[in-house]
Design a protein around this ligand. Structure first.
Ligand code: AMP
Length: 595
C-alpha cells in the first residue's frame, strides 16, 4: 500500500477498505511482491531465495517458522548489527509481545512506516462505528489506556509494547483534533507508567466528565474490569478530590498532576455527592449506566480468552450496554476489524485487511488441531492456503509476512472462516494455539503448566505425599482473576485431611513454586501489573479424578483415548471438582519478576 493510502481517514479509509476487499488476491500478491522487492536482499531471505524476488520461489523455499528460528536475527540486531539482516528499512524499535519464548518475552521488529499501518486501522474504527451509532462526535470516550515502561536494546532501540509505542507517537497525539476521538483521559495520564497513578487519574477524569461520556472501554476486557475494581476500592478518595477541587497527594507524577489540575478547577460538591450516592449503593449491578448515564456501549476485546469476562461486564452494565470488539491485532502485525461491531460477542467476525501484510493459513482439523501432528517447524509449505482461498467453515492457523522482517511467521492464533466481506474472508477468533490458561496478557500452555506442576510437586516428597493427578481452570469471579489448580494427593504418612491441616505452608509453597516457574509475562502480570491474583491450589478428595473420567466418558468421551483434561472450562465438570475440595491454598507472596 503506498504511503498516501495509509493516511486515509473517515470515508476515504472506508472506501480503501471496500476497494482492497474486492480484489483480495491482487492486493495480497502486490503486497508480497513489494515486500520481496524491498527485502529480497536481506540476509534472512537471501539464504533461502538466493537473491530471487520471485513470489513462487518464496512460496517454494521460504520455511514456515516460529519465534525460535527468527530469534537469533532479532538478537543480532538488538546487539547492534544492521537491520538489513531482516529488513531493508531501518528497524526503529522492538515490540515486546505478550507471547514468550523460553520464558522470555518475544521481541518483534518494527519499522517507522508500521505506525502508519496501525493508524490506518485505528482510523477505520470510527467511520465503521458511525454507520451504526451516529453522534459519537458529540461527546467523549472514557477509554482506559495504559503505557508501560520501556527499556532499550544494547544497540539503543526501544523495547516496548506495541500500544505504548502508539500512545507515544505523534499519530496518537494528532487524534485529539478529531471530534470522534475526544478522550476523557489526558495524554499525560495515559503515558504515566505508574499504573496506579495512571488509573486513578483516568478514572477521576472520567468521573469529572461523566455527563459527556458516550462510550466506555479499554483494550482488553480484563483491564476494564480491573478499572471497575479499582473504582470500588478508591471511589471515596476520588469523590474527596472532586468535592475539594484538590488532587490526592498520592498522585506525584508531574504530568498527571498538571493535567489533572487543569480539570479540577474548582470544588464540585454536587457532583461528588451524586457519585458518592451511586457508589455507596449495596449492589454495583448496573453501576456503569448510573455513573455514565449517556454511555452507549463498552468497547473492549471480549473474544478468545477474554470471553470469560462477559458475564461480569454484563453485571456491571445490567446487560444494558452492548460489548463491542472492534479490532484484531498483534505486535507482529495489525490484522483486522469487525465490520459489524454491534453484533453479539459470540458472532464477532474479523475481516482481515489485505493491505496490512501478506497472510497465509495452515489448515487445521475441525477442533483447531494440526491435521497430522506436525512438528512445530515442519509445516508442509505446499499445504499453506492464501487469504483469498481459505474455505468457509475451515479452521486455520494464521501465518504472516511483514515489511518489518517476519517471513512466514506463525503468530500462534487459531481462526475459523465464518463469512466474507466482498472477497475478503472474515474470521472468528478461536484460541491461541496451545494456550490453556489466560487471565490478562499471560498465556500459559499445557506444557508450561505441566513443567511448573512438575517442579512444585517435588515439595510434597519429604512428606511422603504424591501428586496423582491435576487439572486447572481460571477463576474470574475474583478481580483480578487467578489460576486454580485441582490437585489429588495421596499421602502415605497421614490422611489427606491431616496433611492439609498440618502442612498448609507446604501447599502454599507449592503454589509459589508453580508461580515461580511460570513464564515472564505471567510473573509480570502478578507482580507488576497486578492483573492476575495469587494462584490457588484446591486439594480434592481421593478418587475425584476417577469421577472426572466417568463424567467425561458419560458425556461421550472414549475410554481408550481418555486423557485427563489439563484445563476445565465446562461448568458441570467444575461443579464436580468443587464439590470434592477439601482444602484451598493461595500463594502467600508475589513471584520474583525482574523487569
Ligand atoms: P501481543 O503479541 O501481545 O500484541 O498480543 C496479540 C495477541 O492477542 C493476538 O495474537 C491474539 O492472540 C490476541 N488478540 C488480539 N486481538 C484479539 C481479539 N480481538 N480477540 C481475541 N484475541 C485477540
Amino acid at each position: 500500500m503506498d504511503g498516501k493510502r495509509l493516511e486515509y481517514k473517515g470515508e476515504e479509509a472506508l472506501k480503501e477498505l471496500e476497494k482492497s476487499t474486492v480484489k483480495v488476491d491482487e492486493v495480497q500478491e502486490d503486497i508480497l511482491k513489494e515486500i520481496l522487492k524491498r527485502n529480497g536482499q536481506t540476509e534472512y531471505l537471501k539464504q533461502f531465495m538466493k537473491g530471487s524476488t520471485d513470489v513462487s520461489t518464496f512460496k517454494r523455499l521460504v520455511p514456515v517458522i516460529t519465534y525460535s528460528s527468527i530469534c537469533p536475527y532479532i538478537q543480532r540486531i538488538a546487539n547492534g548489527e544492521d537491520s538489513s539482516l531482516l529488513s531493508a528499512h531501518p528497524i526503529t524499535e522492538m515490540l515486546r509481545s505478550s507471547g514468550t519464548s523460553a520464558g522470555e518475552p518475544k521481541l518483534m521488529p518494527s519499522i517507522a512506516e508500521d505506525l502508519d499501518r496501525r493508524t490506518f486501522v485505528y482510523n477505520l474504527i470510527m467511520p465503521i462505528m458511525n454507520q451504526y451509532i451516529p453522534g459519537l462526535d458529540k461527546g467523549k470516550a472514557m477509554y482506559l489506556y495504559f503505557a508501560k515502561g520501556e527499556r532499550s536494546t544494547p544497540s539503543g532501540l526501544p523495547i516496548r509494547p506495541v500500544l505504548t509505542s502508539y500512545y507515544k507517537s505523534k499519530h496518537f497525539k494528532c487524534r485529539s483534533h478529531d471530534p470522534f476521538n475526544d478522550f476523557t483521559s489526558p495524554d499525560q495520564t495515559i503515558l504515566c507508567t505508574d499504573s496506579r497513578q495512571s488509573m486513578y487519574c483516568q478514572l477521576l477524569a472520567g468521573l469529572l466528565h461523566r455527563n459527556h461520556v458516550l462510550r466506555l472501554g479499554a483494550v482488553f476486557a480484563s483491564a476494564f474490569l480491573r478499572a471497575i475494581n479499582f473504582l470500588e476500592r478508591n471511589w471515596v478518595h476520588l469523590c474527596n478530590d472532586i468535592r475539594s477541587g484538590q488532587l490526592d497527594p498520592s498522585i506525584t507524577d508531574p504530568g498527571c498532576r498538571s493535567a489533572m489540575m487543569e480539570l479540577l478547577t474548582s470544588p464540585d460538591p454536587v457532583l461528588a455527592d451524586k457519585i458518592e450516592a451511586i457508589c455507596s449503593s449495596k449492589s454495583w449491578k448496573g453501576i456503569l449506566c448510573q455513573l455514565w448515564p449517556r454511555a452507549k456501549y463498552i468497547e473492549a476485546v471480549v473474544t478468545g480468552s477474554m470471553a470469560q469476562y462477559i458475564p461480569t461486564l454484563e453485571f456491571y452494565s445490567a446487560g444494558k450496554l452492548p460489548l463491542l470488539c472492534t479490532m484484531y491485532a498483534s505486535s507482529e502485525c495489525y490484522l483486522g476489524v469487525n465490520l459489524k461491531p454491534l453484533c453479539d460477542p459470540a458472532d464477532v467476525a474479523y475481516t482481515i485487511l489485505p493491505n496490512l501484510g501478506y497472510f497465509e493459513f495452515i489448515p487445521l482439523g475441525n477442533n483447531g488441531s494440526l491435521v497430522e501432528e506436525e512438528e512445530e517447524e515442519e509445516v508442509t509449505r505446499s499445504k499453506m492456503v492464501d487469504l483469498a482461498h481459505v474455505r468457509l467453515g475451515g479452521y486455520y492457523e494464521i501465518v504472516v509476512t511483514t515489511f518489518a522482517g517476519l517471513y512466514r511467521y506463525r503468530i500462534g492464533d487459531v481462526l475459523q472462516v465464518i463469512g466474507y466481506h466482498n472477497k475478503a474472508p472474515q474470521f472468528r477468533f478461536v484460541c491461541r494455539r496451545n494456550v490453556v490458561l489466560s487471565i490478562d496478557t499471560d498465556k500459559t500452555s499445557e506444557e508450561d503448566l505441566h513443567k511448573s506442576v512438575t517442579m512444585a510437586k517435588k515439595l510434597l516428597e519429604p512428606y511422603e505425599a504424591l501428586l496423582v493427578e491435576y487439572t486447572s481452570c481460571t477463576d474470574t469471579s475474583t478481580i483480578p482473576g487467578h489460576y486454580v489448580l485441582y490437585w489429588e494427593i495421596v499421602s502415605h504418612r497421614s490422611t489427606m485431611n491431616e496433611l492439609t491441616r498440618l502442612e498448609t505452608h507446604v501447599l502454599e509453597e507449592c503454589c509459589m513454586a508453580v508461580e515461580e516457574s511460570l513464564d515472564y509475562v505471567y510473573r509480570r502480570c502478578r507482580t507488576f501489573d497486578r492483573s492476575v491474583g495469587p494462584l490457588e491450589i484446591r486439594v480434592v478428595e481421593p478418587g475425584t479424578f476417577e469421577l472426572l473420567m466417568d463424567l467425561c466418558i458419560s458425556q461421550g468421551g472414549s475410554i481408550n483415548q481418555y486423557k485427563t483434561p489439563r484445563c476445565i472450562k465446562c461448568n458441570s465438570t467444575l461443579d464436580l471438582l468443587n464439590s470434592r475440595v477439601c482444602g484451598s491454598f493461595f500463594s502467600p507472596r508475589d513471584p520474583i519478576w525482574i523487569p
